[in-house]
Design a protein around this ligand. Structure first.
Ligand SMILES: [Zn+2]
Length: 268
C-alpha cells in the first residue's frame, strides 16, 4: 500500500511538472518565431519579416480598443503571426480551433491572412483582421482589469457578456457613422435567423462585411444594445441581475419599435 501511495505521489509530481511546463510554454512561445519587431505597444513575432504595411492593421486595432473602458495604455501586447510557425497547430490542439486566441499578453493568429492583411480566413469564412486582433486584445484587457480569478474560464461569467463585449469594441464604427442604424440593420439580419440555432452570419460593419457565428452575432448585438441604447458600462453589464432572457426580449421589442425609424447606413 505504501508503495502504491509513493507511486501515485510521483505520478502527481510528474503530471504537475508537465502541466507547469506546458503553461510556461503557452505563455512564452516566442522561441518558435524567428523575427520580432516592435510597433507602438505591440511586439510582433513572425517566421518571416513582418511587412511594414501590417502597421496600419495595428493602428486600426489600437484605435478600436482605445474606446473601451478597459483600455490601458501601459499594457504591452505580444502578437504572433501565423506565417509558418508550428505554434498555432500546437495551440489548436490545446485551445480548440479558432480564428485567433487572446490570453495573458498574447494574441495568437491561427487563420490565414491575405497579402493585404484585410482579412483572416478559417474554414472558408473571412473576418476583418484588424477587428479580430482587437477582439483578442480585449480578452487580454478583460483579464488585465478583472484578474485571472475574475475572468473566464476561472470565473463563470456568461458567454454573451464575455464574448459579446470584445465583439462590441471590435465592430465599433468610425466616428461619423450612425451606430444606431448599424444596430438596426444587423438586428434585421438577426431576425432573419430567428429559426436557426447555428448559422454563419455576414456581419455588416462600416467597412463592409465580416463574419461571426450566430451566437457571437447575437451576443454582439445584445451588448451593443446594452451599451449604446441603455447606456450601460461593461462593469454594469457584469452584474448578475443583467440576465440574458430579459435583455434579449427587451432588444427584440426595441427593434420592433425602431426598425423603420433609421435609414440604412451609407458608405462602403
Ligand atoms: Zn473571444
Amino acid at each position: 500500500m505504501k508503495g502504491l501511495f509513493r507511486w501515485m505521489f510521483r505520478m502527481f509530481i510528474v503530471g504537475a511538472a508537465i502541466a507547469g511546463l506546458l503553461i510556461v510554454f503557452m505563455l512564452n512561445p516566442q522561441i518558435l518565431y524567428a523575427h520580432t519587431k516592435t510597433y507602438k505597444s505591440i511586439s510582433i513575432f513572425s517566421k518571416y519579416q513582418c511587412p511594414g504595411r501590417f502597421n496600419a492593421i495595428i493602428d486600426q486595432s489600437l484605435d478600436l480598443i482605445s474606446y473601451s473602458e478597459l483600455y490601458d495604455s501601459s499594457f504591452r501586447f505580444r502578437l504572433f503571426l501565423n506565417d509558418g510557425s508550428v505554434f498555432p497547430t500546437v495551440s489548436k490542439t490545446i485551445l480548440g480551433n479558432a480564428f485567433a486566441w487572446g490570453y495573458s499578453n498574447n494574441i495568437v493568429l491561427n487563420g490565414t491572412t491575405d497579402s493585404s492583411f484585410g482579412f483572416i480566413s478559417l474554414n472558408g469564412y473571412k473576418r476583418q483582421l484588424a477587428r479580430t486582433i482587437a477582439h483578442e486584445m480585449m480578452h487580454c484587457l478583460q483579464a488585465n482589469r478583472f484578474g485571472i480569478f475574475g475572468s473566464r474560464p476561472l470565473k463563470n461569467i456568461p458567454y454573451w457578456k464575455w464574448e459579446g463585449y470584445p465583439e462590441y469594441i471590435s465592430y465599433r464604427s468610425s466616428v461619423h457613422y450612425n451606430e444606431d442604424s448599424l444596430l438596426i440593420v444587423n438586428l434585421g439580419r438577426l431576425d432573419s435567423f430567428k429559426n436557426h440555432s447555428y448559422a454563419p452570419v455576414e456581419v455588416d460593419t462600416d467597412e463592409g462585411k465580416s463574419f461571426a457565428g450566430l451566437d457571437y452575432f447575437r451576443w454582439w448585438l445584445m451588448v451593443k444594445y446594452c451599451i449604446d441604447i441603455k447606456k450601460m458600462s461593461f462593469a454594469d453589464m457584469l452584474k448578475n441581475e443583467v440576465g440574458y432572457e430579459a435583455i434579449y426580449t427587451e432588444m427584440i421589442n426595441w427593434y420592433a419599435n425602431h426598425r423603420y425609424s433609421f435609414s440604412p447606413p451609407s458608405g462602403p
